[in-house]
Design a protein. Structure first.
Length: 254
């Protein structure tokens, strides 16, 4: 985590300097750096990275999929003009059920060593992410998306570096083409591009609608596994994908 977000932060800050993008000049901007850096990146990703040592990735996806539901509920309370309509509520629940169907085989692993505790802790991740996203939507108007991504990721890199020095000092680090390639992919495509676009979308669309991206991620992951890793294509995956896509379409439609 420390390396991933340090690389991403440095790249985005270099880009901001090159393009002359102002940083830290808008109201609430520095406060949102801290909120994002602590909640959206440090706590949320820290919990996921730790818990996935024990919790299957599919089950992690299901638990994180309460994120759009939490955003919709918080937006209903905190954001003017984002009232939770019945159609949107039904669509969000359908999307969640779709993710649960896709990864339903992982449910039998609940109860293993550390799994129950990890599952409970994982629910903290979508909760703090939803709070941070709604805060950005409410008070981040006019702040450049790169500012909302670069500085918080730098804060996260600092926090994770300190935690790594305390808790992981003696652990070996293996460098290979695969690990370096994965790290660079996560830093550039999975962080620089992803979160800059995410905060740009928050400026132009309802927070509850942008949060639906969390439902599509597992579907893309499953389809990628089928296409590139020869993973089986089953009726369960088909049903789950249709529920997700149907739920997102129901929310997005007028």
């Amino acid at each position: 985590m420390a390396l991933r977000f340090a690389i991403a932060s440095v790249l985005l800050l270099a880009f901001a300097r090159w393009k002359g993008i102002p940083l830290g000049r808008r109201p609430h901007e520095r406060l949102l750096w801290v909120v994002n850096g602590v909640l959206f990146f440090s706590v949320s990703f820290g919990v996921v990275y730790w818990a996935e040592q024990f919790v299957p990735s599919g089950l992690t996806s299901v638990l994180f999929s309460v994120f759009p539901l939490l955003v919709a509920l918080l937006a209903h309370v905190a954001l003017p003009g984002e009232r939770l309509r019945p159609r949107a509520a039904i669509g969000a629940v359908l999307g969640f059920l779709g993710v649960a169907v896709i990864f339903s085989e992982d449910f039998r692993k609940i109860g293993g060593e550390h799994v129950l505790f990890g599952c409970g802790l994982l629910l903290l991740s979508p909760t703090v992410s939803a709070i941070s996203s709604v805060a950005v939507k409410r008070w981040g108007s006019g702040i450049h998306p790169i500012s909302l991504a670069a500085l918080p990721m730098g804060i996260c890199a600092l926090v994770m570096t300190l935690l790594a020095l305390v808790f992981e000092r003696g652990r070996p680090v293996t460098w290979s083409a695969a690990t370096v390639g994965s790290l660079l992919y996560l830093a550039i495509a999975g962080s620089c591009v992803t979160f800059t676009l995410y905060y740009w979308l928050l400026r132009h669309a309802r927070a509850s609608r942008v949060a639906l991206l969390a439902y599509l991620t597992p579907v893309v992951a499953v389809l990628t596994g089928i296409a590139l890793l020869d993973e089986p294509f089953t009726a369960r995956l088909t049903l789950g994908a249709l529920l997700v896509i149907g739920g997102v379409a129901l929310v997005a439609s007028r």
